[in-house]
Design a protein around this ligand. Structure first.
Ligand code: GLV
Length: 324
């Protein structure tokens, strides 16, 4: 039987599949293994089911030359050095389709919550401040008929666009790869990033984190946005320059931000983004529904087992390592 490391407790739907086919070495702590503990866990393993909190680089892989697959429990795989894995013939897998709509739902929830000040309203009631109905109390911004700018028009971005159209929003899209037919079908119009930033009332980020997208939204880009605009990030924290974002929220360059992801992650409790009244931060939970986390667990397990069986996995990032 092969030996598989699983770097955190994942839903049983995935663990059961793995246990049927392999010796499973499970990291049971709530917090991720540090580098030394990860190295211990991976020792002698044929496959690893990893999370976005595990850094898998060439050094980690060099210590385990028998390792054949790193199956990430996430759509994003910026925690894995894919070229290093490819150079060593190690398959890297991810879990895209499982979470597309769930993540889009959540990005939209963030957008609505920030626009209509839902969390501020709840905090107000909890703090015992609610004394009367007020004509000026907690006014926010309309979503309906507003302009939604979707940065990264891939699977998740398109689902967010669809939700925006349901609210009669005008949808602008930016992507380095343009699919005109998909945009037409969703009633979206491609724009340059600068044009989109200048025109959108809501800017929502759905790009993968790469060298090209790191700090894609910095001080200059925030400066192009409307002072009434809200930025939503349910992609990866470093797509936004955190210091520039804090400055833009403080000085009113933009109206607000709703963030599922931050840089750093986790955000320290005394970080300015935690206390700024126009920042809404939640702990990277966009794909966290019971059904979707089950699907992600199953997909990650099936990907991993397929590679170990010499079969083509449902989702592989570097198919060039397969000899089929
Ligand atoms: C979560 O952030 C993921 O990439 O799946």
């Amino acid at each position: 039987m092969p030996t598989i490391a699983v770097t955190r407790v994942i839903p049983e739907a995935g663990l059961a599949l793995l246990r049927d086919a392999a010796e499973v070495r499970l990291w049971e702590d709530d917090l991720p293994p540090d580098a030394a503990a990860l190295a211990d866990l991976l020792r002698g393993c044929d496959g690893a089911l990893t999370l976005l909190t595990d850094a898998i680089d060439g050094d980690v892989l060099d210590r385990e030359p028998q390792l054949r697959v790193v199956s990430n429990f996430a759509v994003g795989y910026d925690n894995v050095d894919v070229p290093a894995a490819t150079a060593r013939g190690v398959a890297v897998c991810n879990t895209p389709d499982a979470l597309t709509e769930t993540t889009a739902d959540f990005a939209f929830a963030l957008l609505m919550a920030a626009a209509r000040r839902v969390v501020e309203g709840a905090d107000y009631v909890r703090a015992g401040k609610w004394q009367t109905w007020g004509p000026l109390l907690l006014r926010g911004h309309d979503l309906h008929h507003a302009t939604l700018g979707v940065v990264g028009f891939g699977r998740i971005g398109r689902e967010v666009a669809k939700r925006g159209r349901g609210f009669d929003m005008r949808v602008l899209a930016y992507d380095t790869h343009q699919d005109e037919a998909a945009a037409r079908e969703l009633g979206a119009e491609y724009r340059s990033l600068d044009d989109l930033l200048g025109a959108a009332d809501f800017v929502t980020l759905h790009v993968a984190l790469t060298d090209e997208t790191r700090h894609l939204i910095g001080g200059r880009e925030l400066g192009l946005m409307k002072p009434t605009a809200i930025l939503v990030n349910a992609a990866r924290g470093p797509v936004t320059d955190t210091d520039a974002l804090v400055a833009a929220l403080r000085d009113g360059t933009i109206a607000g931000a709703a963030l599922d992801v931050t840089d750093p992650e986790p955000l320290p409790a005394d970080h300015p983004l935690v206390s700024l009244p126009n920042a809404l931060v939640v702990p990277h939970i966009a794909s966290a529904t019971y059904a979707t986390r089950d699907k992600m667990a199953e997909t990650a397990a099936r990907n991993l087992l397929a590679v170990l069986r010499g079969e083509r996995p449902p989702f592989i990032v570097n198919p060039e390592v397969l000899n089929d």
